[in-house]
Design a protein around this ligand. Structure first.
Ligand SMILES: Cc1ncc(COP(=O)(O)O)c(C=O)c1O
Length: 410
């Protein structure tokens, strides 16, 4: 699901406001809903700041624009020229240690706006999410900050440290076991069941709550707005459920529509050999497009076909996925379409990496950038290493990767 901005009536925000949800408020649906209901700009900003203060009380930090800079050491190591290189977006210092909280903050601001303008009244529904790691922790922080009850559906092997922290944050956890006869992630299936029974999807899948994407888009807006960054040639993004890639693709696409960027970077999504449902979907659609030829309107027809025949392109991975990058092992790429569309529109493509490369990228990221990232968070860099080996990336290109997901307990 994608929200559509009226780009003709919006100017891309500039300025040095450090809170991304204040800085980019004109690009958020919640802001336009608030303003349409006569909420003053100052009141919206005050609501965001007050929620952010609560987040900082719970997590020790609020939302601040995160660093995005060229890593000289990494660029040199990979043989880039001085006018090219690797640009690193470091999300490990974000709320709860990853970009995930951005998605959930976007939803929470929207929920609080609805309350403020009187469109919803107590009792408010319980919030629900399925996750065993970064998304669950992020949801628990933001829900706690807003004083909302949260139910988290977790697998039996969820790390103890995560389970403990969820309990500390007051989240209710339900352990979900795999039933060999049922395809798909059991946590996600139970989460869907809870949503059917009235819980509100407070999640990082746009298919269950489309508004989760726009909070994630702040990450892309920050990359676009960073001073001194040349036009990026490629953005390489690790993909699990697909919300991050979908958000980044949409942010860049909007920046072209808003006249801030002249062209899209090539988008590359990265999955592991353990499970690559997005590449499977991409290959199927690319094949159809090739078969359809170049007749007028055929590309649009094929895209429309894919968007309306999801199950022919995306279905749960057949085997239980395994990888050291366990945060991107989703059975399904829920938000698959925007990413595939973004790759096709930009001339990018999907990358699949093996375990050896994931370990290499993890070591390299930590050594060259000093960022305390985990294997999931360095998977985008593994994708760049793979593209480099395939000879796809030139030495004068500027390529962005997102190091998200702090290494816990290190
Ligand atoms: C650190 C990190 N990076 C990237 C991702 C992928 O995000 P998405 O599931 O939206 O594709 C995740 C998902 O859990 C993650 O934890």
């Amino acid at each position: 699901m994608a929200r559509v901005l009226d780009t003709a009536s919006i100017v891309f925000p500039r300025g040095d406001e450090p809170n991304p949800f204040v800085q980019y408020r004109h690009l958020l649906h919640s802001y336009h809903v608030a303003r349409a209901h006569d909420m003053a700009d100052d009141d919206y900003v005050a609501l965001v700041r007050s929620l952010d203060d609560q987040v900082a009380r719970v997590d020790g930090r609020g939302f601040r624009i995160t660093p995005f800079a060229r890593s000289a050491a990494l660029s040199e190591h990979l043989g880039f020229a001085t006018d090219g290189g690797v640009w690193v977006k470091d999300e490990t210092g974000n709320v709860s240690g990853s970009h995930k909280a951005r998605h959930l903050m976007g939803i929470m601001i929207y929920l609080q706006v609805l309350e403020r303008i009187g469109l919803v009244r107590p009792p408010l529904p319980t919030l629900a999410i399925a996750s065993c790691g970064n998304a669950a922790l992020a949801a628990a922080v933001v829900a706690r900050a807003a004083g909302r009850a949260l139910q988290v559906f977790i697998p039996p092997d969820a790390p103890l440290a995560v389970v403990d922290r969820l309990a500390q944050l007051g989240a209710h956890t339900t352990v979900c076991r795999r039933d060999p006869g049922v395809r798909g992630d059991p946590c996600y299936l139970q989460f869907r069941e809870a949503a059917r029974n009235g819980a509100l999807p407070f999640c990082c899948q746009g298919t269950a709550n489309g508004l989760t994407i726009e909070g994630g888009e702040t990450l892309g807006y920050e990359m676009i707005a960073t001073q001194g960054v040349p036009a990026l040639d490629r953005v390489v993004i690790q993909v699990g459920g697909g919300a991050l890639a979908s958000a980044v693709v949409q942010a860049f696409t909007e920046s072209v529509a808003l006249g801030v960027s002249t062209r899209l970077p090539r988008f590359h999504t990265v999955q592991t050999r353990g499970a690559f449902p997005l590449k499977r979907a991409y290959d199927r659609l690319a094949h159809r497009i090739l078969e359809a030829g170049t007749a007028d309107g055929s590309l649009q027809r094929e895209l429309r076909y894919a968007a309306t025949h999801r199950s022919e392109f995306m279905w749960p991975w057949e085997e239980e996925p395994r990888s050291i990058a366990h945060g991107i092992l989703d059975d399904e790429t829920y938000d698959w379409f925007a990413s595939v569309q973004g790759m096709l529109a930009s001339g990018g493509g999907p990358v699949v990496v093996d375990e050896r490369l994931l370990v290499e990228a993890y070591d390299l990221a930590r050594e060259t950038t000093g960022v305390n990232v985990d294997h999931t968070g360095a998977a985008g860099l593994a994708g760049l290493l793979q593209l480099g080996r395939e000879g796809v990336v030139g030495p004068r290109e500027n390529v962005a990767v997102i190091l998200s997901g702090v290494q816990r307990g290190a």
